[in-house]
Design a protein around this ligand. Structure first.
Ligand SMILES: Cc1cc2nc3c(=O)[nH]c(=O)nc-3n(C[C@H](O)[C@H](O)[C@H](O)COP(=O)(O)OP(=O)(O)OC[C@H]3O[C@@H](n4cnc5c(N)ncnc54)[C@H](O)[C@@H]3O)c2cc1C
Ligand SMILES: CC(C)=CCC/C(C)=C/CC/C(C)=C/CSC[C@H](N)C(=O)O
Length: 478
């Protein structure tokens, strides 16, 4: 098909994994001449960030990546970064009174323990997740053939039809209950995984539930040096221009360009310190949740098809403590026989943490090493900021604690209606995909999709957008 002259300038708002991967894919599609400005008001990386404990950096936000997250894998390879295995170790589940499940060092013992307590439900759960992932993986094929979708719903429908899309409208609880899983298994095995990963209950939508359960697969990994290195790497590789400022307004205007023709452009008004500046762009991508507390962007002279406060984000606090855990809270066993490196919790309102686990610094290749005094660094997730009294309760002694509060991911409440990707003629929104599931890979998928969508709409390639029957159509193509 014939191509129109490429746009002069593109703006991306937000330099997290979504914004930086969008820069990378926009550069691939539109070529070397388009100027790409990437606005970031805080740090490059966004929700990928590290916190320092006694001279070592630890992941404070997005930390683990699934072995089948192909965009993240590709970025790491293309950028020449190295990977580390996400820390393993033994896991226990605490219900506020006792450990209802404890992993053993022996695979066979674990199998016997699981079958004894839950029958074959653990195996069936893995099969259910695998089935969802199988369909999910179709997106890579569609994107490698350059197909794009104009809504999150159309994208999910293309992966697995009505049934797959329907996962957004059902809770994980009702889906797994219908599939015959027992209350005991749901409370003791599934709920703790939802608490550690999304700080929520099994009332989240079934798709994000499956994404969360996929974190129990083996082979999870992270980027050596910190996951945020992917963002700075993509920014550099895409030859984009970072503007360290906060975008306040986006307004559509008509401008006479060098060709002499009046053209519709977006004026992006931003603040650097106390100074207000503005610039004009042919295409704008918003790569931050459009939520007043998280981005504060106002649209002038047009109303994007999106509610202003459409989605609440969950408060989660990451706390890192270097110290000696008070294992007697969880188990009557002597401290040197405790052996667990992660404790997840069941849904119990008396508990003030969602999870606690030993973590490796971003530089450690192998399992976490204790420091010379024998203590480890522990990571806790909680809904509220932990008080000193709560930390003292959890640790016999500690010498350092750091906390970071997040508006972490959407508060899931199916049925979910995802916000539009197309906010206006040439204005695109990436983070609507988080209403299906929030994860690094989801933002990268949204970024690739938005870059393809912007490219096809710019060139009038309507046949590459929202195609039906893609799975069947591509089955026979290499
Ligand atoms: C505690 C925690 C643990 C997590 N764990 C995992 C995990 O293990 N694995 C996983 O895959 N995912 C995990 N996630 C989710 C994952 O981190 C996010 O889904 C992903 O990082 C979102 O990336 P993003 O680029 O879409 O958004 P963000 O990272 O939020 O990026 C948006 C950027 O836009 C900037 N911005 C906002 N408004 C403006 C403005 N007006 N002007 C300029 N800049 C602006 C922000 O400062 C921010 O940097 C976790 C998240 C949290 C919080
Ligand atoms: C998108 C697909 C198919 C898979 C992504 C799976 C994945 C890695 C999801 C992450 C979910 C999430 C928000 C986890 C937060 S906590 C992570 C970890 N347990 C920690 O302790 O930091």
């Amino acid at each position: 098909a014939e191509l129109r002259a490429p746009p002069d300038k593109i703006a991306i708002i937000g330099a997290g994994i979504g914004g930086t991967s969008a820069a990378y894919y926009l550069r691939q599609k539109f070529g070397k001449d388009v100027k790409i400005d990437l606005f970031e008001r805080e740090e490059v990386g966004g929700r990928l960030a590290t916190m320092m404990v006694q001279g070592q950096d630890y992941e404070a936000g997005g930390s683990v990546i699934h072995p089948l997250n192909l965009h993240m894998k590709r970025f790491v390879k293309d950028l020449g970064l190295s990977t580390v295995q996400a820390s393993g170790g033994l896991l226990g589940i605490y219900n506020g009174e006792t450990l209802v499940f404890e992993e053993s060092n022996w695979f066979i013992i674990n199998m016997i323990k699981l079958v004894w307590r839950y029958g074959f439900q653990s195996l069936r759960m893995h099969m259910w997740v695998e089935d969802v992932l199988d369909k999910f993986m179709r997106i890579y094929r569609y994107q490698s053939h350059d197909y794009a979708f104009s809504s999150v719903e159309k994208l999910l429908h293309a992966l697995g039809g009505d049934e797959f899309l329907g996962m957004l409208n059902r809770t994980l609880l009702e889906t797994l209950q219908k599939a015959g899983f027992s209350e005991k298994f749901l409370n003791e095995m599934i709920a703790p995984v939802m608490r550690v990963n999304y700080g929520q209950s099994t009332d989240i939508n079934a798709f994000v539930g499956a994404v969360s359960l996929s974190c129990s697969d083996s082979g999870l990994w992270a980027v050596e040096g910190g996951n945020k290195l992917v963002c700075s790497g993509l920014l550099q590789a895409s030859k984009s221009n970072l503007i360290s400022g906060s975008v306040m307004y986006i307004e559509e205007k008509t401008k006479t360009k060098h060709t002499g023709n009046p053209t519709k452009v977006y004026e992006v008004v931003y603040q650097i310190g106390t100074e207000t500046r503005s610039d004009f762009y042919d295409i704008v991508l918003v790569a931050t949740p459009l939520n007043r507390k998280m981005s504060g962007i106002t649209f002038l002279n047009f109303h994007p098809p999106i509610e202003e406060f459409h989605q609440y984000y969950q408060n989660i606090v990451t706390t890192l403590v270097k110290g000696e855990l008070n294992t007697s809270i969880f188990s009557s066993r002597p401290i040197d026989k405790f052996g667990l490196s992660t404790v997840l919790t069941t849904d119990n309102s008396d508990l003030f943490i969602n999870s606690i686990g030993i973590v490796s610094s971003v530089r450690e290749k192998e399992n976490p090493e204790p420091s010379t005094d024998g203590t480890y660094v522990w990571k806790m997730f909680s809904q509220e900021t932990l008080t000193k009294a709560q930390i003292v309760k959890l640790f016999l002694s500690y010498d350092y604690a750091v906390k970071k509060p997040w508006l972490a991911y959407p508060r899931y409440k199916p049925p979910e209606k995802c916000p539009s990707i197309i906010l206006h003629d040439r204005l695109y929104y990436l983070n609507g995909i988080e209403c299906a599931a929030s994860a690094m890979e989801m933002s990268a998928i949204a970024a690739h999709n938005a870059a393809l969508l912007a490219y096809h709409r710019w060139n009038g390639h309507t046949d590459m957008i929202d195609q039906d029957g893609l799975y069947e159509k591509l089955k026979t193509e290499l």
